[in-house]
Design a protein around this ligand. Structure first.
Ligand SMILES: O=C(CO)[C@H](O)[C@H](O)COP(=O)(O)O
Length: 223
């Protein structure tokens, strides 16, 4: 069975009439957005705030009404995916390069719900390379500072060796750590480096995690 679909669709059971909903990015959040499109078609009245241009496009295709931060001062709930989830529900996100918008939307949300298949649940964060969004200006200097945290780094590239450019016009630096022992400390320290726009550690942000299993099971983990 499709574990990502199970998790994504399960999360939409939390959505009620009139909610402002943060719409996540990636192949698991996709199923939540698609299901919301179906619910909207059947009369559910919600407004969405997308976390990326690709999700914006999908939401428009699904006829989900969109709203911006200038129209609302909070988001009721956000449903988004993750690349790694620790037992304390801390996350690595940004595998799709949307981490900045994802963090802004999650932070503005009353409830942040993460959807994932079982492979994303790990004992300790750090096997997945940590994505860090950095400005193109001075990127060499920014990378040197990031490497002081004992990681190997690689600028994310597209097929023709062109750098991947985020929705915000920046680069993604994928950082390979041997392990991440203190995600809260690393999160704070990375964001203090000039040129770092945001990093993919989401510490103490997730309220609930919904995990889909390949055998069709689903588990809900609360903070
Ligand atoms: O953070 C993200 C995009 O920036 C995604 O939520 C994360 O990469 C998980 O993606 P998927 O559900 O496709 O495995």
């Amino acid at each position: 069975m499709n574990a990502k679909k199970i998790a994504g669709e399960k999360a939409t059971e939390l959505i009620t009439e009139g909610m402002v909903v943060g719409l996540g990015t990636g192949s698991t959040a996709f199923w939540a957005v698609e299901k919301l499109g179906e619910l909207v078609k059947n009369g559910l009245n919600i407004k969405g705030i997308p976390t990326s241009k690709s999700t914006e496009k999908l939401a428009i295709e699904m006829n989900i009404p969109l709203i911006s931060f200038s129209d609302v001062n909070h988001i009721d709930i956000t449903i988004d995916g993750a690349d790694e989830i620790s037992p304390t529900l801390d996350l690595i996100k940004g595998g799709g390069g949307a981490l900045l918008r994802e963090k802004i939307v999650a932070f503005a949300s009353k409830k942040f719900v993460v959807v994932a298949d079982e492979s994303k649940y790990v004992n300790e964060l750090g096997s997945f390379p940590l994505p860090v969004e950095i400005t193109p200006f001075g990127f060499e200097a920014t990378i040197r500072e990031i490497q002081k945290f004992k990681c190997q780094t690689k600028i994310r590239k597209l097929e023709k060796n062109e750098p991947f450019i985020t929705d915000n016009g920046n680069y993604i630096l994928d950082c390979y750590f041997e392990s991440i022992e203190d995600s809260s400390f690393l999160n704070t320290q990375l964001n203090l480096i000039p040129g770092v726009v945001e990093n993919g550690l989401f510490v103490n942000m997730a309220d609930q995690v919904i995990i889909g299993y390949n055998d069709g099971d689903v588990k809900v983990l609360d903070k």
